[in-house]
Ligand binder design. Structure first.
Ligand code: AMP
Ligand code: DBH
Length: 547
């Protein structure tokens, strides 16, 4: 066992860690221990299904251990970081449990990421390997992986889930070639970092979120309880499974914690997901609001698929309009559960037996009695009870710092260790939170977060752009969309939306970050703050855009 914490990780203060342990919130169990315990208890229960594979707990456990042995033979050591960029396929589950067993740390990337995201993530994490698929939705991920390997000094290995019936491309290692008869595994401490999640939208050094076995397993266990999971539950991962929401709220890990089944849908469209619900007998799933609307509309219009197994639908990632919350239950025959969470920690749920008014009109309350939440003004002082303000939080599963990123920590955490969520909320007397908005630096585009600064920096590289500011505009389908206010270098030759989107795309940026609208302006409004404040500028432009 390694006796000092991972360099770059900020642990909880010892007194707090001791409290969480003494109360049994942190159990000392690792994710590998969890899988071993479930495989011992019900080896023949189905753990994972997709349209191509179906593994019992015993099979998942063996597969993960075979991979762990192969990872070690390849030279992947405990604490090494490994980028995982996989779509919703069963292999995702064996890969992450294989890495846990080897003591390596998955870094959860999304299939939509391109080199503009993956290269900085690889560099900031110091990853030694990247695990991806060959093709997904016609895109060549193996080629992208080679580009990333070329740009990240420490990234030695590209491991590929080959296309069906084909070999992995030359120069890469096929996942199936790695399997070895299980050998010895490192003994891990549950207080160790288990993986790195990504924070939505950031510039410069990506914000990597270190989660430990202790803290994350607690959040998974509590989520499984509050979402009513048991060994008969079948959780459908319809959103990209590497996201914190389908991973843990209660997500695939909640389903495995409960001894239930993880089902994976290749995409979240009603045609794919409804077929999966019928085929696998799905009981629970989670969606962002725009997708929940599409599912509800399709169900209302009539579907040939039998959705009667579905009992609970979680909705979160972005504000669910009250009108939509009221519509989902009757349309899909489910109990709606709102979830307001963040990969940094804090997760709030409405409870399944809450009054209608709470379920339809709030984003729920913290899941742990040891979660601390406060609503503060710009100076950090508490606002009047019930008033809007910035949410700050700390507790047994909210991180105390990003991985290896002192500048971001300075901004995002108070001296007392509270995480500044950036969310504007109101706290009701009954303890439920209503999310009112966000500070202006981030646009929530249907659950996918766009950093204003990041997109501005890409646009500023365009020769026809003299200055740019990204603001959020309301959108009926997505909740919010991005609008780029642009000052043209030559007003007679201002860039068009299509040009800017193509330009940003070619810089290797995930598709959801391309600007949705552009407004070319002659000048930016006076923000009255003397020194340029991007935040004040965005606020002033936002007023103009939304007037
Ligand atoms: P991330 O930091 O990328 O994990 O994204 C977490 C952020 O998503 C939160 O801080 C909120 O801004 C937003 N979010 C998540 N769930 C909800 C929700 N139910 N309602 C409104 N915003 C949400
Ligand atoms: O948006 C999120 O990051 C999110 C939403 C719902 C999340 O991390 C979660 C639940 O755990």
């Amino acid at each position: 066992m390694l006796d000092s914490p991972l360099p770059g990780f900020t642990p909880w203060p010892p007194a707090e860690a001791e409290l969480y342990r003494s109360l049994g919130y942190w159990t000392g169990e690792t994710f590998s221990d969890l899988l071993a315990a479930r495989a011992a208890r019900h080896p023949d229960a189905v753990a994972v299904v997709d349209t191509a594979q179906r593994w019992t707990y015993a099979e998942l456990q063996t597969r993960a251990q075979e991979l762990a042995t192969g990872f070690a033979e390849l030279g992947i050591r405990p604490r090494d970081r490994v980028l995982v960029q996989l779509p919703n396929i069963a292999e995702f589950v064996e890969v992450i449990f294989g890495l846990f067993q080897a003591g390596a740390l998955p870094v959860f990337c999304l299939p939509a990421h391109r080199q503009a995201e993956l290269v900085p993530i690889a560099q900031a994490s110091g990853a030694v390997a990247l695990i991806t698929c060959h093709h997904h939705q016609l895109f060549d991920h193996a080629a992208l992986a080679e580009t990333v390997r070329g740009a990240a000094a420490e990234l030695d290995h590209v491991i590929v889930v080959a296309d069906r019936g084909a070999a992995a491309p030359a120069g890469t290692v096929g996942l199936d070639e790695l399997r070895r008869t299980p050998g010895e595994f490192p003994v891990l401490d549950a207080a160790e970092v288990a993986f790195l999640q990504l924070s939505g939208g950031s510039t410069g050094i990506p914000k990597l979120i270190p989660r430990t076995h202790d803290d994350y397993l607690y959040s998974v266990r509590r989520s499984a309880e509050l979402c009513g999971l048991d060994s008969g539950s079948v959780y459908l991962a319809a959103l990209p499974v590497a996201h914190n929401f389908p991973m843990s709220s209660p997500g695939i890990l909640g389903a495995l914690f409960a001894g239930g089944t993880v089902a994976l849908a290749a995409d979240p469209t009603p045609s794919t997901a409804f077929a999966a619900i019928e085929r696998f007998g799905v009981t629970i799933s989670g969606l962002v609001p725009p997708l929940a609307r599409v599912w509800a509309e399709r169900a209302e219009a009539g579907t040939p698929h039998d959705l009667s197994s579905l009992r609970v639908l979680l909705v979160g990632g972005a504000r669910c309009p009250d009108e939509l919350a009221r519509r989902i239950g009757p349309a899909l025959g489910v109990t709606v559960q709102q979830v307001f969470g963040m990969a940094e920690g804090l997760v709030c749920y409405t409870r399944l037996d809450d009054p209608e008014e709470v379920i339809m009109g709030t984003q729920g309350r913290p899941m742990s009695d040891l979660d601390q939440v406060a609503v503060v003004d710009a100076d950090g002082a508490p606002v009047a009870p019930g008033a809007d303000g910035m949410l700050i939080t700390k507790g047994p599963y909210t991180i105390r710092g990003y991985y290896n990123n002192p500048e971001a920590n300075e901004r995002s955490f108070t001296a007392e260790g509270w995480y500044r969520t950036g969310d504007v909320v109101a706290l009701r007397p009954d303890g439920n939170l209503v999310v009112k908005g966000r500070d202006g630096d981030r646009v929530n585009r249907g659950g996918e977060k766009v950093s204003a600064e990041e997109l501005e920096e890409h646009l500023l590289e365009h020769p026809a752009v003299r200055d740019a500011a990204i603001v959020s505009v309301p959108d009926a389908a997505l909740g919010e969309r991005t609008c780029a206010f642009v000052l043209a270098t030559d007003p007679a030759a201002a860039p068009t939306l299509a040009e800017l989107r193509k330009f940003v795309r070619e810089r290797g940026v995930a598709a959801w970050k391309l600007p949705d609208l552009v407004q070319v302006v002659d000048s930016f409004p006076e923000t009255g703050v003397g020194k340029t404040s991007r935040r004040a500028l965005r606020a002033a432009l936002s007023e103009r855009a939304n007037r």
